[in-house]
Write a protein that binds this ligand. Structure first.
Ligand code: DGJ
Length: 742
């Protein structure tokens, strides 16, 4: 026997025993932590969020990402992260309170009835209920151990769409009012090596300009303080990619948006542990809110979807969710429009409008939409300086009233729609003279106007009744009204309400007042199509879109600009919501302009009478062509095949659910020498085993398709190799229809 060997074996044995003992200790530690800490898991079809309730009863978010097969394993995740230490134990709080041991950006900040400013929130209970065939609602109740103050976090999960709506309800039963200084909707904690924020900025006619950059340590804030028309400079929609910027098809990404039409604030904080704290909600700016004992403060919902297969998948999830659950009549059809704003501005009368109604029929759209300028008598609305607020037909322009126009529309077998901007008032108006106290403005300062108008004080219930009345009167007098365009052209300057007892409630109560009016309108007129407009896209958010069928993305209708603007909106909103009108903006020919407008909800804002014969013939045919495939655009899945930001052309596809039909829009977006589609573009969302005919549609009269009539390919070929739309300077816009053949 080899003594040496014997000795080695003995040492091995000791080591082995030590190892066994250590792993026993580790296993029991894991077991103990599993016993001591409760894990709350919220799952969608592909993803999950997990929260851990610590021994100190604080709830921390330990995971958001792809769902694990074994839900018991979420609890191990935090122990694997070794970036450093969090001495407060609060960085990952599911709803970070201010004023106690937390020293980072809070989700909630309050002053209690006794003046104390500390808050601690501890776990009380949680439950999950089924609230729809595919929808669950998880609530987590948190309470301060010292004060009669509680917060319930709500997570509404649309499993099939991988979408979550999250909000919180704050309640107190202290001995007096509690002041809420910050009251976020959601507080997420996300882990990756790096975070890439895609945010948007803009202004009038420059909506949805994207910027993507890496988030550095500290806080990045996306916000608005404009009150109304809150998205003018920045919308509450954004995306964060994890590890690297996600592409259309690859990468981990979260798309988020706040369902609120007023001031918002989104904090993105890369904390000392290199994790991302995301806090989204109403902007606390000048909005301290007083909460009575027993009263509840419900925040708006923060909406998000997570995808580990790129931005395309995430956006399709949101688009489906919007059609299924949020917008009015998301599964229904939409009306094509002829609008008169760009063609007449304020300069029209009954005769001109009667002719435009005939033109509507001639063109073939479903609706004629009468825009701004039809009202005001003492102060006629002949420009944007006067009349706003006086919603009676202008007798000089419309002596026979709206009723006559509605009848004329019926005689022409089209519907009649009308523009209103009921939240606003010109100082030169009877409404302003009669109710100066209904106007938001400082009592002791010079008035300051935006587009020559003030904002009405919707926190005042009397003003809410008035605004509802504007709509209700129109419908009562003209039950056949078929379409409403609801505009909102001013921001809130000199925020002051003659009605509010606490001025800091104004921004929030304004939006609540607006929603209460819209809810009343919808309760009485549930189906009527309404366009959400705010001097372009100044108010595009899912809080307002709950009451609307569609929105006006931008006054910029230059088709080249529109390719980019519509492309960016589409990450968050489905095509069925995007009102796109053919106008005289831009240098592109009418085919290009119409093709771009077809990539959403088609409308026109042109002088039909001034179109030459061929252009008119083209537009008439285009409307019929559109009716043939609009169902796919409105309700299908969207695939961004080529981005105009990275290529000489944009290529965007829509495919229906049954994979029997698709439409591909292709636009030349660069005028460099030789720019065009040089290679086939692989399609998406088809069935590899089906056969499809590829046909070019919406050709301008007298031009020929570049495709053979009988071009048939398998879905396999079209998705692996693709089709070249033959886009070039001479064929700057090409629409392909892909139809299953048996
Ligand atoms: C702004 C809108 O964006 C336009 O389409 C038009 O309706 C004008 N307002 C009317 O004042």
């Amino acid at each position: 026997m080899n003594l040496n060997n014997h000795f080695i074996c003995k040492s091995c044995l000791i080591q082995y025993t030590k190892l066994l003992f250590l792993s026993f200790l580790l296993a029991s530690a894991i077991q103990v932590s599993a016993q001591q800490s409760k894990v709350i898991t919220i799952e969608t079809q592909h993803n999950a969020m997990a929260f851990q309730v610590g021994t100190d009863k604080r709830v921390g978010m330990i995971y958001l990402g792809e769902k694990l097969a074994n839900a018991n394993e979420y609890q191990h995740i935090p122990s694997m992260n070794r970036e450093g230490t969090d001495p407060s134990g609060m960085f990952n709080s599911a709803y970070t309170p201010a004023g106690s041991r937390n020293l980072i950006e809070p989700a909630i900040e309050v002053t209690h009835a006794d003046g104390n400013t500390s808050l601690d929130l501890q776990y009380v209970s949680d439950q999950t209920k089924q609230v729809g065939p595919d929808v669950t609602l998880t609530s987590i109740v948190l309470k301060d151990p010292v004060y009669a103050f509680m917060v319930t976090l709500y997570y509404k999960v649309y499993a099939k769409n991988d979408v979550v709506e999250q909000w919180s309800v704050i309640k107190q039963t202290e001995k007096g009012n509690v002041m809420l200084q910050k009251f976020a909707s959601a507080n997420l904690y996300l882990t990756a090596n790096s975070y890439w924020l895609k945010q948007y900025h803009g202004d009038w006619a420059r909506e949805m300009q994207p910027q993507e950059s890496e988030l550095t340590a500290g806080i990045k804030v996306l916000d608005s303080k404009l009150g109304t028309r809150a998205d003018l400079f920045q919308p509450p929609s954004f995306m964060v990619s994890f590890g690297k910027p996600a592409t259309e098809e690859e990468g981990k990404v979260l798309l988020g948006s706040l369902e609120w039409s007023g001031n918002f604030k989104i904090d993105l904080e890369v904390d000392p542990l290199k994790n991302l704290r995301l806090i989204a909600g109403i902007n606390p700016f000048a909005s301290e809110y007083s909460l009575k004992p027993g009263e509840e403060f419900k925040t708006p919902a923060f909406l998000y979807t997570y995808s580990d297969s790129g931005k395309g998948n995430a956006s399709r999830n949101l688009q489906r969710w919007a059609r299924d659950y949020q917008i009015v009549d998301g599964k229904g059809a939409r009306l094509t429009i002829l609008n008169n704003w760009e063609s007449t501005f304020f300069d029209f009368d009954e005769t001109k409008l009667a002719a435009l109604l005939k033109d509507t029929k001639k063109l073939g759209t479903d609706v004629f939409l009468l825009d701004d300028g039809w009202f005001g008598n003492k102060y006629p609305r002949n420009n944007d300086h006067a009349g706003l607020g006086d919603w009676q037909e202008n007798k000089a322009k419309l002596p026979s009233g709206i009723g006559y126009l509605v009848k004329e529309a019926q005689n022409n077998e089209v519907k009649f729609g009308i523009w209103v901007e009921p939240e606003m008032v010109n100082p030169k108006s009877e409404l302003f003279e009669k109710h100066p106290d209904w106007v938001i403005k400082q009592p002791n300062r010079e008035d300051y106007l935006y587009r020559n108008q003030n904002v009405l004080d919707l926190s005042n219930p009397k003003v809410q009744d008035h605004v509802f009345g504007v709509l209700d009167n129109l419908f009562t007098k003209n039950p056949q009204l078929g379409f409403i365009k609801w505009d909102c052209n001013a921001v809130i300057y000199n925020a002051y309400s003659a009605y509010e007892k606490k001025q800091s409630h104004l921004y929030i109560d304004y939006v609540r007042g607006l929603y209460s009016v819209l809810a009343r309108v919808r309760a009485k007129y549930p189906k009527v199509p309404m366009m959400l407009c705010s001097g372009g896209g100044g108010r595009v958010d899912y809080g307002a879109l709950k009451y609307f069928t569609e929105f006006w993305p931008s006054d910029n209708t230059d088709p080249l600009e529109r390719v980019f603007i519509q492309y960016e909106y589409s990450f968050f909103y489905p095509a069925i919501t995007s009102d796109n009108h053919v106008t005289d903006w831009g240098k592109q020919p009418i085919k290009f302009r119409t093709d771009v407008a077809m990539m959403g909800k088609l409308g026109f804002d042109i002088m039909v009478g001034k179109l030459n014969e061929k252009d008119l013939q083209f537009c008439q045919q285009a409307i019929q062509t559109y009716k043939g495939f609009s169902d796919v655009v409105w309700h299908g899945d969207q695939y961004r095949l080529l981005s105009p930001w990275e290529n000489d052309l944009a290529s965007i596809q829509y495919a229906n659910e049954s994979r029997s039909k698709a439409v591909v829009f292709n636009y030349l977006t660069s005028n460099r020498y030789g720019a065009g589609s040089h290679l086939p573009i692989p399609l998406k969302g088809l069935d590899a085993n089906k056969k499809y005919a590829v046909k070019e549609v919406n050709l301008y009269p007298g031009t020929r398709s570049a495709f053979k009539e009988d071009a048939v390919f398998t879905g396999d070929y079209l998705m692996k190799i693709g089709v070249n739309p033959m886009v070039n300077a001479g064929r700057a816009s090409v629409i392909l229809e892909i139809d299953e053949v048996q």
